[in-house]
Design a protein around this ligand. Structure first.
Ligand SMILES: Cc1cc2nc3c(=O)[nH]c(=O)nc-3n(C[C@H](O)[C@H](O)[C@H](O)COP(=O)(O)O)c2cc1C
Length: 186
């Protein structure tokens, strides 16, 4: 079974990005969905001085280990003032200091959603501009605007053109997972 690490990049209890990531991961055929809650990885705010004084927090190592143990990643970004939610940024800053590429080249379905009309597009684009250098293998990407109008827990993505686009990306993600598992087993 494909192990999918599923991350809503928000510490909010009612995170719409966690909801979306969880929904999307459950659409993948034959997947074991492993939800990661950012609240389980709360650490002091990163600083080089803290790192020198106290080393790497065990939680940062554990976060990285969750990536290593996964076969694929579904990541949905919350947007705060045009960028990452602070809770997520802190975790990735710490974990990026561990040797190797943070995202380990695992096939990733990148998502973002917000209640507004841009669907978190600014942070969505920022992620794609930077993190591929650090092993983010974004094989599918979809941003959902107007979450409360365009998503329902029962029916998923509601609007036809959004749904068509989403299903294309989902098929791409599934194909990349298959190809990756074939190359790993060679
Ligand atoms: C401090 C703060 C800044 C925000 N900035 C943005 C923003 O730049 N763009 C946007 O689309 N929504 C913004 N929002 C609204 C969020 O998209 C909304 O709170 C959303 O629910 C966050 O995702 P989450 O539910 O997964 O935490 C902001 C919300 C907060 C609390």
């Amino acid at each position: 079974m494909t192990k999918i690490l599923t991350i809503g990049a928000s510490s909010s209890q009612n995170s719409i990005n966690r909801t979306l990531a969880n929904y999307v991961a459950h659409q993948v055929n034959g997947a074991e969905v492993n939800l990661l809650d950012l609240n389980d990885y709360e650490m002091p705010i990163y600083s080089i001085d803290r790192e020198k004084a106290s080393g790497m927090p065990a939680l940062a190592e554990q976060f990285k280990q969750r990536i290593i143990e996964s076969d694929a990643i579904v990541l949905s970004l919350a947007e705060h003032n045009g960028t990452y939610a602070a809770a997520f940024k802190n975790i990735i800053d710490w974990a990026s200091r561990i040797e190797g590429k943070l995202w380990e080249d695992k096939p990733m379905f990148l998502l973002a959603t917000s209640p507004g009309g841009r669907g978190g597009k600014t942070v969505f684009e920022a992620f794609q501009a930077y993190w591929p250098k650090k092993g983010a293998n974004v094989v599918a990407a979809f941003s959902l605007p107007g979450f409360y109008q365009n998503f329902s827990a029962d029916e998923g993505i509601l609007t036809d053109d959004l749904k068509t686009n989403f299903l294309t990306q989902l098929a791409q993600f599934q194909e990349a997972i298959i190809q990756n598992s074939l190359s790993v087993s060679e």
